[in-house]
Design a protein around this ligand. Sequence first.
Ligand code: CP
Ligand code: NVA
Length: 334
Amino acid sequence: MTDLRGRSFLTLLDYTPEEILYLLDLADKLKADKKQGITHDLLKGKNIVLLFEKTSTRTRCAFEVAGYDEGANVTFLSNSQMGKKESIEDTALVLGRFYDGIEFRGYAQDTVKMLVDKSGVPVWNGLTDDYHPTQVLADTMTIREHFGDIKGRKLVFAGDARNNMGNSLMIVSAKLGMHFTAFAPKELWPDEKLVDDMRKLAEETGGSVTLSDDISCVEGADAVYTDIWVSMGEEDQMDERIRLLKPYQVNKELMDRTGNPDAIFLHCLPSFHDANTEISKAVQEKYGFAEMEVTDEVFRSPNSLVFDEAENRLHSIKAVMCATLGNEPNKILD
Ligand code: CP
Ligand code: NVA
């Protein structure tokens, strides 16, 4: 049986298809057990620190609740000395002496790499500019839960395809044999080298990677995915992103264009689908519309699984922590 104990989780590039499917199986089992009120103390006696440079609702809460459910002690740290008064290296050396596992959300992928190199304990990437691997575990868990399978499904990502979400969805699709299509303007296509590598991998797994700025590419989608147009740390690029991405909004016309009335809608959240946030209100005042990457109609439609997907963050993050740090995680699998 797969054994991931001691491993870090920085990007799905480091994980085989079998290892990813093992994490999804573990997440399904942990979810089913939790629904019946069963927990396992897989993280009993473990101390975990959650280090945040960027804001969060789901990721922070998922790591905390998952840790508590399985018996861990959790520290949330968003105002550390790291980077300001103390180097990342020194911070990692200190945290590695206190904690059994470290979650990091922030800007540079090099920071999570440094945490791995210097702390000596498993490190989990809770989002960097480049990747959001725990998110796409929840996404593929949701796809499999809904359709009963993953391989061969067509996933269309509409929007800013060169960021953490576009990269991570392309990677997980290639790993698991899905057909990944980025519907995006050329200016926001992912890094060419990553695309080439994922195309080669997809050839082996039976999947594919397509980039297109023509809406016909959404035809046949099983799942349509989008993300906010301006990611954390890029707030000064709002004007340019609105100009580039307005034609790529997920709306009823785009969903109809899939030709598949059963196509599901997914979003990592948070989402600007109405005027009920400070930012979307400001956008409405300046540009005259508040619905950005997705319309309220699609967001609230029966095809939208965004809150199942959000819940699955908890179970899939629990699976990652239990698999890499847990006391005998495989004892709960048949
Ligand atoms: N999807 C996601 O990562 O949400 P948070 O930013 O709220 O953690
Ligand atoms: N691309 C988004 C994802 C948020 C979960 C961001 O980085 O802000």
